[in-house]
Design a protein around this ligand. Structure first.
Ligand code: GDP
Length: 476
């Protein structure tokens, strides 16, 4: 009978293609028998051998063989690793031989990590940290992933959960003694403990979403009138010619996108069609897309031609059309009141400052309206120094400058929702009279403990596992 969870599984752990070395991993009860399939002995536990794998009397490859005895392995099971040369012929021959051997099967995506989790080698937040580590593209993402693997989220969540279970247990004890008077000092102690927990959860929720920003990255939309210099700004930020720069208005008709590491935050910059009156249907579609992109961006960078004396009117029109789009998008509205709650932060750039007139008009027009909030910059997109000023201004708005590295523990919406749910449940618990209705408060404490337990995978997570592990590649 097939027992999926106890099968011995194998997979290539390295990416496809030609390489110096490839790694094939095998995990499960039959792992120690794998070297024998190739006529070589299995290394002792925790040791490695350099061996020549043989097949049908011929040398297949000279490899390094590693063996780890469960539970002292990454999956908690017996694990054998074959570090072979990374040629198609070698990998295919080894894999074909494994495939033809009974008692082994190809691993599903993320199945090695799933086994680590099921065998208690890591908790669910650590698994997510590992997934983030594999996907990390910037040093900030790398640091955040390792912090999570090492328990930056797990440790406080487990401490909060233990504390609230303790309070709940003491409260439940009161249910049995409900006829007797509860000394006020005990009730006060339980309430103080609950308030302290609510404060700790609220402090972590009020982190400005920095962990999610570092993990998911941010989107900046470049919008503005045709010919204001949007593509020049994009190219300056990219440090290469990512968009066509031309004098013909309407050159950028679709959206061009570049990815930047902006002081640690992965940033996607979208260059959009110039916003202007047009009768061309293709260009009109481009403009529609640019307004939609702006209404959904984390930051809107409005580029204006400062040497055009009509820039204030152009600016007002662009603001207007974006505001209209934002107000129509349900993502920006509070469902209950229907009010716009996210107007999308904006940075205005008066470009072509090298033409002299810009700075004069900037001083007159912007003194009151923008200077106080530093939301408008006068630059020349053709000057490297000005592009640096712009990228710093962007970074100030997008990066977690006011957060010490490692101080943020929430990196996914899933964590945020669970901590928020626990926070709200504790608030509801406090609203009950602990003397008169301890069982109602106890129910809220149980709910809060459940919400926190889901973060680390201690309870109720079957429905989550599929989506978390399928995001891994085969072999991890
Ligand atoms: P877009 O339509 O907004 O993308 O504008 P482009 O980036 O294609 O630029 C339009 C024209 O303005 C091109 O001829 C650019 O060389 C020019 N341009 C862009 N930035 C500057 C600047 O800072 N100073 C000057 N003098 N010209 C600029």
């Amino acid at each position: 009978m097939c027992d999926k969870a106890n099968d011995t599984i194998y997979a290539v752990a390295t990416p496809p293609g030609r390489s110096a070395i490839a790694v094939i991993r095998i995990s499960g009860g039959n792992a120690a028998k794998i070297p024998v399939l190739f006529s070589v002995p299995c290394p002792a536990a925790g040791q490695f051998n350099v061996s020549r794998l043989m097949l049908a009397g011929k040398v297949l490859d000279q490899v390094i063989l590693l063996f780890m005895k469960g539970p002292h392995s990454s999956t908690g099971e017996d694990v054998c690793e074959i570090h072979c040369h990374g040629s198609r012929a070698v990998i295919d021959s080894i894999m074909a031989h494994l495939e033809s051997t009974s008692g082994l099967r190809l691993a599903d995506p993320g199945e090695f990590t799933r086994r680590s989790f099921l065998n208690g080698k890591m908790d669910l937040s650590g698994v997510e940290g590992l997934a983030d580590l594999i996907d990390a593209q910037t040093p900030a993402q790398l640091n955040q992933a390792w912090a999570q693997i090492d328990g930056a989220l797990r440790a406080p969540v487990m401490a909060w959960r233990a504390e609230l279970i303790e309070i709940a247990a003491r409260l439940e004890a009161l249910i049995d003694f409900s006829d007797e008077d509860l000394p006020p000092v005990i009730e006060q102690t339980l309430r103080d403990g609950t308030v302290a927990l609510i404060t700790a959860l609220a402090e972590n929720l009020a982190d400005g979403g920095v962990g999610e920003l570092v993990r998911d990255g941010v989107v900046v939309a470049l919008v503005g009138p045709a010919n204001a210099g949007k593509s020049t700004v994009l190219n300056g930020l990219a440090g290469r010619a990512a968009a066509i720069v031309s004098d013909d208005a309407g050159t950028t008709r679709d959206i061009i996108q570049i990815e930047l590491d902006l002081y640690g935050v992965p940033t996607t910059i979208l260059d959009t069609a110039g916003i202007r009156k047009t009768s061309g249907t293709i260009e009109m579609e481009g403009i529609k897309r640019s307004v939609t992109a702006a209404a959904n961006a984390d930051l809107i960078l409005i580029i204006l031609d400062g040497s055009d004396k009509n820039w204030p009117e152009a600016c007002a029109k662009i603001d207007d059309v974006i505001n209209r789009e934002i107000s129509q998008s349900s993502a920006n509205q509070d469902i209950a009141s229907g009010k716009v709650i996210n107007t999308r932060p904006r940075l205005y750039v008066l470009n072509k400052a090298d033409r002299g007139t810009v700075r004069a008009s900037y001083n007159i027009e912007c003194k009151d309206k923008y200077s106080d909030t530093h939301d408008m910059l006068a630059i020349s997109a053709k000057k490297q120094g000005d592009i640096y000023v712009l990228s710093t201004a962007l970074a100030e708005r997008l990066t977690p400058l006011n957060h010490a590295e490692g101080s943020v523990i929430i990196t996914r919406q899933r964590h945020r929702q669970s901590i928020q749910a626990a926070h709200d449940a504790l608030g509801r618990a406090l609203a009950h009279d602990f003397q008169q209705a301890p069982e109602l408060a106890a129910e809220d404490f149980r709910f809060a403990a459940g919400a926190l337990g889901r973060i680390t995978g201690e309870i109720d997570v079957d429905e989550l596992l599929g989506s978390i592990f399928s995001a891994f590649c085969i072999g991890k």
